[in-house]
Design a protein around this ligand. Structure first.
Ligand SMILES: Cc1cc2nc3c(=O)[nH]c(=O)nc-3n(C[C@H](O)[C@H](O)[C@H](O)COP(=O)(O)O)c2cc1C
Length: 508
């Protein structure tokens, strides 16, 4: 069965070693200048070493500057011109050395940009904001549209010069090109609007411009929405027509995603969404084209991945968050070691922390900090007691043990997991248990001495004097400081509603 998943595929002369694509994901590992930092380097390298066949770099640095607002002169920011191109060159060489091929996505945020974020007003085919509260974008003139087409061509040429293997036009998710494709955001009555062909004109001109820059030997991919999942946006029927046009215009690969800001389902589907949630869309698009099609959206289990390929739903699979959670997922799948995978929970902490200025993963503390948290052997092995076998205690225990420390783990309860056991109880959150199972397996494999059902007293610590004690006895509930809350029944241990609402009792 795994034959398809780990069989190579050739796209316009580019041979990919397997069908696993690391989905483009803008994570905050690079500062705004677009330099490839040491953190970014290590973050991508671990995913290439982990076995992904194609790593899609997100838009950033020169790739973002090149396709900026038409009022920004091309090549305005020197750092994008030199530093980041050189950094990308070194990064691409290292990822290829690790066995992966490397592409980059060219993205313009269109009406989903903000002046606050970019320093200039968002632009779009028409002056229609994506929500009533969003900034109204400037409608592009024809001259500005042509300027943007040039910019995409220039960015693709630079991608090729930088040694990249493939470029992808981001035409999905409600960003600029997707704004042109969607009848909701494109209300133009000139040649760039009206029917499907008019709305697709901007994209097709970009494709043609890129092809004239990169030549016939270089693969060009387009990421499109199979559906916008809004009442008035792009439908699957329109997407199929656009897919056929793209194939006719020489596009080599179609990556199918879905959703825009404010749509339902969401582009980054949360934990309660079904597995392979957008695969029906890729299957439909695949039915109208002969070029390879990439599916995306919660493809996190080996069995699901295999089935999509074996049953012809797609030719390749874009895997996003599951590779943030475990960079080695492809190798583990290949080696039949799926139980050892640290599974993505689709908790979406990755995207929430992105907007808060960080870059994190709910189950992988080392995500984007791979360099800093590399497990170096301890210089001096210590005796360490970890008190509390919840997620923090389990993680601390196995990591310390792997570094060569002599670790004992205690919990008063007879089972590991602490409050996480409760977190995995609600319907649709049952799979949260997989994190505990992963941690418990690591604890056992790393040789931690476990003492469940054993409450540790301070006296015992003083008597045995281990070198270090890690107190991981659980989080306290956060109580907001709202005036009057305490008087309304707030106790130190949480909110007590007893007596305020008939029939509500606090647990004793
Ligand atoms: C942190 C984060 C950033 C993302 N950035 C991009 C992006 O720049 N371009 C893009 O096409 N998709 C982006 N996506 C969407 C992913 O490529 C992917 O389609 C989505 O996460 C669903 O796949 P998954 O369930 O395997 O994570 C992003 C997703 C995440 C979680």
């Amino acid at each position: 069965m795994k034959r398809t998943l780990f069989s190579p595929i050739t796209i316009r002369g580019l041979e990919l070693p397997n069908r696993i694509v690391m989905a483009p994901m803008g994570v905050r590992v690079a500062p705004p200048t677009g330099e490839v930092t040491g953190e970014a380097f290590q973050y991508f390298l671990e995913r290439a070493r982990g076995g992904a066949g194609l790593i899609m770099l997100p838009s950033g640095g020169w790739a973002r500057a090149d396709v900026a607002h038409p009022s920004v002169p091309i090549g305005r920011v020197p750092a994008y011109e030199t530093g980041s191109a050189e950094g990308h060159r070194r990064l691409v060489a290292a990822l290829r050395e690790a066995g992966a091929k490397v592409g980059i996505q060219l993205q313009h945020r269109g009406r989903q940009a903000t002046t606050q974020l970019f320093g200039y007003r968002p632009v779009a085919p028409s002056a229609v904001p994506w929500s009533p509260r969003a900034e109204v974008p400037e409608a592009l003139s024809v001259a500005e549209i042509r300027n943007l087409v040039e910019r995409y061509g220039r960015a693709a040429a630079r991608a090729r010069e930088t040694g990249l293997d493939l470029v992808e036009i981001h035409a999905a998710h409600g960003y600029l090109v997707s704004n042109f494709l969607s009848p909701d955001s494109n209300q133009r009555d000139d040649e760039y609007g009206c029917g499907v062909e008019g709305r697709a004109r901007f994209l097709l001109e970009i494709v043609a411009r890129i092809r004239s820059e990169v030549g016939t030997g270089f693969p060009v991919s387009v990421r499109i929405n199979g559906s916008d999942f809004t009442d008035t946006g792009l439908t699957l029927e329109d997407s199929k027509k656009i897919a056929a046009l793209l194939e006719r215009h020489g596009v080599d690969l179609l990556s199918v995603s879905a959703g825009i800001n404010g749509s339902y389902p969401l582009t980054i589907p949360p934990y309660y969404t079904k597995a392979a949630c957008f695969a029906e869309l890729s299957k439909e698009i695949k039915s109208v084209v002969a070029i390879p099609v990439v599916a995306a959206g919660r493809i996190h289990e080996l069995e699901v991945a295999q089935r999509l390929l074996d049953e012809g739903w797609a030719d390749l699979l874009a895997i996003g968050r599951a590779l943030l959670a475990d960079p080695e997922l492809p190798n583990k799948w290949k080696e039949d070691a799926e139980p050892r995978v640290r599974k993505c929970l689709s908790c979406n902490y990755c995207i929430d922390s992105f907007w808060e200025g960080g870059g994190g993963c709910g189950v992988n503390a080392a995500m984007t900090r791979e360099r800093e948290l590399r497990p170096e052997p301890a210089r001096r092995a210590k005796v360490i007691w970890v008190i509390g076998a919840g997620p923090a205690g389990l993680e601390a225990a196995w990591r310390a043990s792997r570094r060569g420390h002599d670790v004992s783990l205690f919990d008063a309860r007879g089972e590991p997991g602490g409050q996480w056991v409760l977190a995995a109880k609600p319907p649709a959150k049952e799979h949260f248990r997989s994190f505990l199972e992963y941690q418990w397996q690591e604890v056992q494999a790393s040789g931690v001495k476990t003492h469940l059902g054993k409450k540790i007293e301070a006296r015992e610590i003083l008597e045995s004097h281990p070198d270090a004690v890690i107190l991981a006895t659980g989080a306290e509930p956060a109580t907001p400081s709202i005036p009057g809350l305490r008087e309304a029944g707030q106790s130190r241990r949480g909110t007590c509603w007893e007596g305020r609402f008939p029939g509500v009792r606090t647990a004793s």
